[in-house]
Design a protein around this ligand. Structure first.
Ligand code: ADP
Length: 612
């Protein structure tokens, strides 16, 4: 409401916005009434005469683009009242003249309003009466259809229709549609017209009414070419996208089929290190199902290996060079502590333009192969060791068997020489030496025979109760006086210590331990033999002050052919069979044998047997 209207209405209570018309226009009831009428869709000219001036108002309804009424508008005009003379005179002279003038003014106003509206809208509009005469049109209509002024001047709708016919792509339907509209009908009609030059018009038509009577039809045309094109383009893009997606899904389905039936584990990691594709085999290595791994990061999928795997994948993404055949070791799911082995390769995956989209991972489990290889390596090492032991044994055996032969031959030759020279007198010294060498030979041969008996499980025992103290004393008596370098001591408790065993075999064990104690104490010293009761067992120990045995070799001492590395062949001859035989004999008696030793500080061999 402007200030003129506010003044005329006598409104002085501030800005009228938001206040009701009833309130604001309290001083102009006739105008409020006219506005009420206009709000029902009718327009008009209203006036009121006051003291000094006449007020008149054009009141029109206001419609939106879609045809709905938005409100009503009033334009107020003030004019001075003529003097009493003047007023009286013309009215007296021409009582209807003022009324007519006002009506004409109103009509002119309405027409100009309509014209302006008509020409300013962006739709092309034409009005045709029932006689098919063009009663109104706007410039836009003329432009849209390229109709000349001359043609429009003729006002002949049929003629205008004929002239636009060649423009239309489907003229027959278009003409039928228009002609249908020439018939009086209250229906709203619409139609899409496509023109040969590519333009598209949306056509709508409504009847033109005069009161209740249909007097013609109003046609409006709106160019929708761009919208149509955009719509068509959008449709085309949608279809293309749909097709592309279908094709992609098809190829993914194909890919998944291949992936899932592949005998090795496969996956595809995106640039953000998230899993985009994975097959059952690879997901199973993570202890999950394929669906559960999709979208997870490398770290989420395999937290243990992530510190190794992530930098490798990043390297492939950065450099585009594959990493092939990497051996990885780790724990698999649900196998606590068990190490598994994989052969892993990473390949860059590129788009058609060469951009690296991600990394393809190929993982082959090689735990079995790895174990088989480790087993093969172990067997190979054992075989090599066995060959080495055999070779060592052969050279030692040859040496050991040959050593007594030379002196034996020498002594026998001397015996023969003496016999030849002095008749039948033979020096006992030579006989003793020859016998000693023979004894050495028979020990070696017996050891070999015992070993093969043990191997064949044929070493038999003939057992009897043995009072240990007397028995040990008897065995040791054979050693007394044979060795000037060493002294031999024996200690045993007074209490009786009786075991059950094979006298000859147990004597062989004890003799072997004492011989070793002498043999491996090249600088002499005391060899102490003790017998003790240890609970239910009798324990016999042989202690020397010799070269000792390296710690790491002690566990192998009782194996066949084993000789410690600090026991060189020269000076310490032996086949590495004595302790092996001792262990077998003791264990056959239900006992056990072990050693305590320190290099350079001597060794103590113990064996324990159940007491009777
Ligand atoms: P060998 O005939 O070689 O003596 P043994 O089976 O009796 O065979 O002994 C095996 C190995 O144990 C010996 O070669 C030696 O290296 C070591 N050994 C045995 N007894 C002793 C000991 N008292 N002191 C140091 N080493 C010993």
């Amino acid at each position: 409401m402007d200030s003129v209207l506010a003044g005329a209405a006598g409104w002085r209570s501030g800005p009228p916005v938001g206040r009701s018309a009833e309130e604001v226009l309290g001083g102009l009831p006739w105008l409020r009434h006219a506005l009420d009428e206009a709000l029902t869709g009718t327009d008009g000219l209203r006036e009121d005469a006051g003291q000094e001036q006449r007020l008149s108002a054009v009141v029109v309804p206001v419609f939106g683009e879609d045809g709905t009424q938005l409100g009503a508008c009033a334009r107020l005009r003030k004019s001075e009242l003529p003097g009493p003379e003047a007023a009286r005179e013309p009215q007296a002279l021409c009582p209807g003249a003022a009324e007519e003038r006002r009506a004409r003014e109103h009509l002119e106003h309405q027409t100009s309003l309509l014209r302006a509206t008509f020409d300013s809208i962006t739709d092309g509009v034409i009005v045709v009466d029932l006689a098919r005469r063009i009663t109104a049109f706007n410039k836009r209509f003329q432009e849209m259809w390229g109709l000349t002024d001359a043609m429009m001047e003729e006002r002949d709708a049929e003629k205008a229709l004929a002239s636009v016919e060649p423009w239309v792509t489907a003229p027959a339907q278009f003409i039928a549609f228009i002609r249908q509209g020439f018939e009086p009908s209250s229906a709203y009609r619409d139609y899409i017209v496509e023109l040969r030059d590519g333009r598209v018009f949306e056509c709508g038509s409504i009847p033109q009414m005069l009161g209740d009577a249909i007097i013609g039809r109003i046609w409006s045309y709106r160019e929708v070419t761009a919208e149509r094109q955009a719509l068509a383009e959008q449709g085309r893009l949608l279809a293309a996208e749909h097709e592309a997606r279908e094709r992609l899904e098809e190829s993914f389905a194909l890919l998944d089929t291949f992936l899932n039936h592949a005998p090795i584990a496969l996956g595809f990691i995106g640039r953000d290190l998230r899993c985009l594709r994975i097959n059952d085999a690879l997901a199973a290595l993570h202890g999950r199902r394929r669906e559960d791994d999709l979208g997870r990061t490398v770290r989420e999928m395999t937290p243990q290996l992530a510190p190794i795997v992530e930098p490798l994948i990043r390297q492939v993404l950065d450099e585009g060079i594959p990493i092939i055949g990497l051996n990885m070791t780790g724990e698999g799911p649900g196998t606590s502590g068990e190490q598994r082995h994989w052969n892993v390769s990473y390949y860059p995956v590129r788009s058609a333009s060469g951009t690296i989209l991600g990394v393809g991972a190929v993982v082959a489990e090689i735990t079995e192969e790895y174990r088989a290889q480790a087993e093969r390596d172990r067997l190979l090492r054992e075989a090599e060791e066995a060959i080495r032991v055999r070779d060592d044994f052969l050279s030692i055996a040859a040496h050991e068997l040959k050593t007594p032969l030379t002196p034996l031959k020498l002594h026998l030759q001397m015996l023969k020489g003496q016999a030849d020279a002095s008749g039948h007198v033979v020096a006992p010294r030579h006989v003793d030496k020859a016998l000693a060498q023979l004894a050495r030979l028979s020990v070696l041969v017996n050891d070999l025979l015992d070993t093969s008996r043990i191997q064949a499980g044929k070493l038999e025992l003939t057992t009897e109760p043995i009072p240990l103290r007397e028995f040990i004393r008897e065995v040791l008596s054979d050693f007394r006086g044979t060795n000037s370098l060493h002294s031999l001591w024996f200690e045993a408790p007074d209490e009786p210590l009786v075991i059950r065993g094979d006298r000859a075999r147990l004597a062989q064990v004890l003799a072997n331990l004492v011989e070793n104690a002498f043999k491996y104490s090249p600088s002499g010293g005391t060899v102490r033999v003790t017998a003790l009761r240890m609970g239910t067992e009798a324990c016999v120990s042989v202690k020397d002050e010799g070269i000792g045995i390296p710690k790491e070799e002690q566990a192998h001492l009782f194996e066949r052919f084993f000789r410690a590395r600090n026991a060189p062949i020269s000076g310490f001859g032996g086949l590495g069979l004595g302790l092996y035989i001792c262990r077998d004999i003791i264990e056959r008696h239900g006992g056990r044998i072990w050693v305590e030793s320190e290099v350079e500080h001597g060794s103590t061999f113990h064996f324990a047997l159940p007491c009777l």
